[in-house]
Design a protein around this ligand. Sequence first.
Ligand code: HAM
Length: 422
Amino acid sequence: MDERWQRPRGTQDVLPAEAGRVEKLRRLVAEVAALYGYGAIETPVFEQTAVFVDGVGDATDIVQHERYSFVDAGGVALTLRPEGTAAVARAYVENGLSAWPKPVRLYYWAPMFRRERPQKGRYRQHQQYGFELYGSPEPSADAEVLLAARRLLQEVGLSPRVLVNSIGCDQCRPRYREALVAYFERHVMDLCEDCRRRLAENPLRVLDCKQDQAVARGAPDIAAFWCADCTRHQEAVMALVTEAGMAVERDPALVRGLDYYSRTVFEVHDPSLGAQSTVLGGGRYDGLTARVGGAPVPAVGFAGGVERLLLAAGAALQAPAPPSVYVAQVGAGHQGWQAAEWLRGRGIPTEVDLLGRSLKAQMKEAGRRARVAVLAGGQDWEDGMVTVKRLTDGQEARVAVAEMAAAVGAWLHDPDTPGAPD
Ligand code: HAM
């Protein structure tokens, strides 16, 4: 096929069956958000570039290599949103949400754009659901966010490993950074090219380089450098989630790829996803609002990839087939077509033949697409009657046209009808 008419690399077309699963997940996310009191927020698909360069950090991969940035006709530097947290922080500051009663809980479901190398579970346009909690510096806020993440995963039938770490704060991290640089400098010959560059700008990132894991394993553990407040915070978060029955593991190498984090960071991995196994990730980011023009506000949150969660959930997240009706036209005329519209007007999802098929062919089609058929037309219609047929077992009844919706509805929703929804 001519390449011009192919979708851009790393993007996807979502066809109806998959779109049904996406919709179902979206409803689950909204339900979990409601359980924990999160209100929906929407921000633009693009922001001024500074929001991400300053917010996420200019030494991060998504800012350095993966941005879709452009200058518009008015000379404004804009970037397609690569992640939601900096955008929501900008909106929090700009709309004066710091004046709202604390904590402020916000969630989103939005497309993100990163020019990454596409592979299974990694796309240049992907969707994220995200939860952000503003206004509480307490460990209970971190723990609540972790529990919300767990609940969402449970809803889709997953109970994967949750890895947690603390990357310390501005007080204690600089000492760790120094120790880490000293260690990696001793092993610089064993580091990949990217990490040699990272060593100057972002040495913590060397810890989660896939190529340099052997070197990283011998690196000093940040736990030995936490200040007293960071230690207390981390211990309290771990104790709270453990008490709530959530299995968490501390991973000393977990540092996350975005610059705004402080203290708690976490990730959930699902090995069934292969190389792109991170289902969701998040952490505390107390300094972010100050990077995007506001006063510092303590905050914590997480986001996850919709496509990855759908891959990981597999058959556990199946879109229910809508209960459906097929109206077959008996003889010549358009009574079936009219009856179908009449049923839809009563909230019943209904299909009707649009191809002039024979009654036999229509009934065959009904068997493939629907659970109840209505036969409309001919002498019966003249007498004000139609036949309603339960396709799952062949039972049928002749009913008055005025009773058609009730009869169809009763069979569609009758729990004795095989395949009826509960
Ligand atoms: P992130 O880890 O960069 O964090 O992305 C969040 C999740 O989005 C990942 O765990 C992964 O499931 C999914 N994801 C990321 N990139 C791709 C991609 N190219 N294709 C498919 N899925 C992808 C953040 O973006 C932070 N804003 C999370 C956060 C919220 N931290 C605090 N609050």
